[in-house]
Design a protein around this ligand. Sequence first.
Ligand code: GUN
Ligand code: ZN
Length: 450
Amino acid sequence: MKKKQNITQEFTMSAEQTLKAVRGSFIDFTRVVENPVGIAPALRFIEDGLLLIRHGKIEWFGEWEAGKQQIPAAVRVRDYRGKLVVPGFVDTHIHYPQSEMVGAYGEQLLDWLNKYTFPAERRYEDLEYAREMSAFFIKQLLRNGTTTALVFGSVHPQSVDALFEAASQINMRLIAGKVMMDRNAPEYLLDDPQRSYEESKALIARWHKKQRLLYAITPRFAPTSSPEQMAMAQRLREEYPDTWFQTHLSENKDEIAWVKALYPEHDGYLDVYHQYGLTGQRCVFAHCVHLEENEWDRLSETGSSIAFCPTSNLYLGSGLFNLPKAWHKKVKVGMGTDIGAGTTFNMLQTLNEAYKVGQLQGYPLSAYEAFYLATLGGARALGLDDLIGNLTSGKEADFVVLDPISTPLQQLRYDNSVTLFDKLFVMMTLGDDRAIYRTYVDGRVAYERA
Ligand code: GUN
Ligand code: ZN
């Protein structure tokens, strides 16, 4: 009898210990939408809410008053009233081996790659360096509220090992891949078709679907892959149809002309990827600034996604991404920081720049649309909206606690904001990493502002 009691006690104890309760104001979007007019109706704002988490998953989410009786006495409530809790940000395009070269002066894409990017990526041959930078990179994501990213490594497979090792330590939901490139770059950064196939294959075997990690087949872009290497990317995708695919597309006019010269038998830039079977669900194309009409249609028909990278597109002078056209063509879009051509890891600042890109085209991006793109929309673009992107019970517990008044100017402006829309909009206009108060990954605090 005594023994039985102990077991019951132990069970109750561990059940309590594994339960976490978070109180605060919450915003998320309850469903994926096909049209921006659907975003505001999908918004869920709970001013005094409760989030219950167990084993890294959201167990219950709703009004504090409706849920508080479920909290066992022994569970301490994390009280974030006065702050705003949102789903973790999703960065759909970023290069981890470019962290050390953000803000390189003066060049547009092709010269920028040769002058700054390739030499920076060379350093990732060294596993110890890659480990050091992986730790830095993951910390940067977290201090900016990003809990999931689709990441380019360097050509060196060990760069991806180092990144996955670091992400696995906090059980992060992360997708990454080794760059495949076998031409039009310095010799020291080239692989070859067979080697890129084998190295990618080995990385898939080691990491894909291990914990929450996923693999993306990653030819850098059409100019740096021979037709033979493209065929290897296709072979990988056919052998591992549940992996992801990421690359660049139609970022810069000189780049597009170059692709047309290198692949004259193809009907434009996207057609190169398409003919090698590299379009479809879980295929993410960064930039897409200068798409032709048939390319928009093909992205849509194949269910491919776009990473909208406003800070990068402005910084490299690439051009203005046409977001309303993507909605019109029903192409999935997520936000990308595109470090190191992008100038910030911070999603709020990325949304701020997205707003300006919209303004230059007569499309004043709403705060709701912006937060949708940074959370559930991004998750949808990555094909992960069944796992992350909002606070619905059963989803993975990745979320951010935002501080709406992290600077005196924000305080002033916040005091002069009336509506929820206003408050969110000011957050994305003035907010940066100081606005990130806590970042939770897998139900645990992974970053805490000092
Ligand atoms: N196109 C090919 N490689 C790159 C890269 O590293 N950054 C950007 N922005 N565009 C690319
Ligand atoms: Zn990029």
